[in-house]
Ligand binder design. Structure first.
Ligand SMILES: [Zn+2]
Ligand SMILES: [Zn+2]
Length: 282
């Protein structure tokens, strides 16, 4: 089983990406949660365009994929989890959970450090929220997050199969929880005990800074509840809330070349956690 997953890593990842993307795209068309405000053609061209740019850049900067790094570390017996003598399945589960926690911490960090917020805010500058928003990240942030992920893989000694499972899972949940699908409220309540749902993550895309700085989880919802960053619903309601940030609010900003420039243009604003005027909110 482990060998099958490792040897077919690219096919599994691509298959999961296109399969889940198609499923969510049809689902959000059939049962949308909100009406879209912007041209879907422009947004999809730009958001999917940046996926292509990111794929090429990541390949050039990192000839060895994260799964390759896991194999390389395993050959050398690196990683602290190796000291625990866990059975294989427990090592895989623990590695996936730790990698997810690392992504949560990284997400809090890119909201807290002003320079990193400049990179990450492009993800938040989308004026609508649908399946393609989940793939919309600046190339520099992608390079940073792949480097951090590789560091964590080596540090803990995550097995290659855990890395493949984590990447497929993260990709799938990112597309699911950014999608514009309407789920029955009872189902959302049950699902968000185990996974970040679209209603939970949409709060994170609110234009209100205190809502943007909540619900940082991408996959497991527990970190937000554990660390006090959980916010159940948006104040204005899901249908009336404004998506985006206060910068870059014109439709022209949704074009690919503008998105690439966004880290380097405009004021920092009040979103970065340690730049907020906390007194104003008390
Ligand atoms: Zn964010
Ligand atoms: Zn998001």
């Amino acid at each position: 089983m482990t060998e099958i997953i490792q040897n077919n890593e690219i096919a599994i990842r691509l298959g999961a990406f296109f399969g889940i993307f198609a499923l969510m795209a049809v689902w959000e068309l059939a049962a949308p949660r909100r009406g879209l405000q912007q041209s879907k053609a422009v947004r999809w061209y730009s958001n999917l365009g940046i996926v292509a740019v990111n794929t090429v850049i990541a390949r050039i900067v990192f000839p060895l994929a994260p799964v390759g790094v896991a194999l390389w570390a395993a050959e050398r017996g690196w990683g602290v989890l190796g000291l625990l003598n866990l059975p294989g399945w427990a090592l895989i589960v623990l590695s996936v959970v730790i990698l997810d926690f690392a992504i949560y911490l990284q997400h809090v960090m890119v909201h807290a450090v002003p320079m990193l917020w400049r990179l990450h805010r492009m993800h938040h500058a989308d004026l609508d929220f649908d399946v393609t928003t989940g793939a919309r990240f600046h190339p520099v942030e992608i390079v940073l997050s792949v480097a951090i992920k590789m560091g964590v893989i080596v540090l803990i000694g995550a097995p290659a199969v855990a890395v493949v499972i984590f990447e497929v899972l993260l990709n799938a949940t990112a597309m699911f929880n950014h999608s514009n699908v309407r789920l029955p409220l009872w189902l959302d309540r049950v699902l968000r005990l185990f996974v970040v749902t679209p209603d939970m993550h949409r709060v994170h895309h609110s234009v209100l800074p205190h809502e943007t700085n909540s619900n940082f989880g991408f996959n497991l919802p527990w970190w937000d509840r554990l660390f006090g960053t959980y916010r159940a619903q948006p104040e204005q309601g899901h249908e009336d809330m404004d998506i985006g940030i206060d910068l870059f609010r014109t439709p022209g900003e949704l074009h690919l070349h503008k998105m690439l420039a966004q880290p380097f243009t405009g004021a920092l604003g009040e979103y970065a956690i340690n730049r907020r005027d906390w007194k104003k909110e008390l």
